[in-house]
Write a protein that binds this ligand. Sequence first.
Ligand code: HEC
Length: 492
Amino acid sequence: MNDSEKVTSQSYHFERYVWLLTTVWTIIITASLIWNVIQAQQNILKVARIQAQTAFEKDVIYRRWNAEHGGVYAPVTEKVQPNPYLINIPERDITTPLGKSLTLINPAYMTRQVHELAKREYGVLGHITSLNPIRPENAPDPWEITALQAFERGQIEISSIERMDDEEYMRLMRPLITEEGCLKCHAAQGYQEGDIRGGISVSIPMAPLWAVARAQVTSLAIGHVLLWAVGLGGIVLGTRQLRWSERERNQTEAKREALIAELENKNTELERFTYTVSHDLKSPLITISGFLGMLEQDTIAGDSRRIKDDIKYIRDGTKKMKRRLDDLLELSRIGRLVNPPQEVPLSKLAHEVADLVAGQIARQRVRVNISPNLPVVYGDPSQLREVLQNLVDNAVKYMGDQPEPRLEIGVRQDGAETVFYVQDNGIGIDPRYRDKVFGLFETLDRQTGNTGVGLAIVKQIIEVHGGRIWVESEGVGQGSAFCFTLPDNRET
Ligand code: HEC
């Protein structure tokens, strides 16, 4: 998986994550809203039932008070007329000493009158009834019949939401139990204490309660929508945070991988370096020890003819070895930029370098062309001078028997990159060796005695400056161009 694939699959992974969380959150909020609405409805029903129970209990208490007195007397008015069903009760109608007419009000009669008042004042309906009514108008409606039948089977309360005259009511009914006080008037019907004598049904209008419920549902809905939005914001922020930290982790990972790769590179380079160094230092040593052996033999044999030559070879060997050690020292010295980067006018530097080899250039009749466009770069001036010098030396050295030798120091633009080059039309480089030329002690021409450390130094300097170097050559006899870049490293 490459980096961009990783990123795509990751954002896909995050997108799925966000969708999943959002869905779960939405489901939770919806479920909570539904549950809360149901609860609100249930609570309203509970409230309605409690209201109905209270109304019923009030009725029962007043009735009991009335029954305990065997009915109470009230003045006869247009509305309160003597109850025809009490005709058999003695003293149903009495007159006060001052001539005021009073009539006996039995509990059911009183309840009916109170119910009428309640209906007018509060819209609460009440009805006293029995499966077997004394007064035909007290007969139960169908709902009350089922309730009364349920009481006969032992139920103690019936309630439900019912529609009456296009209005919704909480209807509740409880039985009326025959007590001692009831028997004064109801014993004749055969009732005994504890019998169910009928019941009172109360009906609470639901409209005002539903209005309360609606207000509650509205505020619940608003609250849930707000909570949902807050949660959603949290999800979005959280995932963004997560994505950031994930991206950061990936970047650190990538950086680490790059560092490891670089380290591995350096390691193999070092291995190669160590191998080359030991190999190349060994060869002069072998020469030296070889001639030392011969010197020893000649000395023992007393043969002095070759001694002078032997010593010369030994000295050459030590010289060669010293030179290589010097080169190595120099190479290690370039390990880092010692001086802070400063302005280096490349054009001036090129002319100075060309002047240094002016003698050889003149001898070989090399036409030198230094581009006037060479810019000012930033770096270590003495190191950059070494680069140009090595490249120019190299070009002059490998002109071969070119009849019209040419050398050009120039600059060109490769896209966004500025590329400097030292080009010749000399012997060129076999493409097979193109990468090897920058190696340590890799000489293209061992005959010249060049230790070949020059191009390795050039490469080191360019890389320490943050640039790249490579060689362009069509092949042997085609000339070659050493190209390099120098990034603007003023900051470093
Ligand atoms: C003072 C006499 C009196 C007493 C005491 C009395 N009642 Fe009644 N009751 C009546 C009369 C008369 C009616 C029928 C006419 C009416 O509705 O006024 C009636 C009606 C009822 C009804 C309505 C159904 C129907 O038969 O018309 C119920 C139920 C009832 N009584 C239960 C009781 C209970 C329970 C008690 C005892 C707590 C009780 N009554 C005490 C006189 C009495």
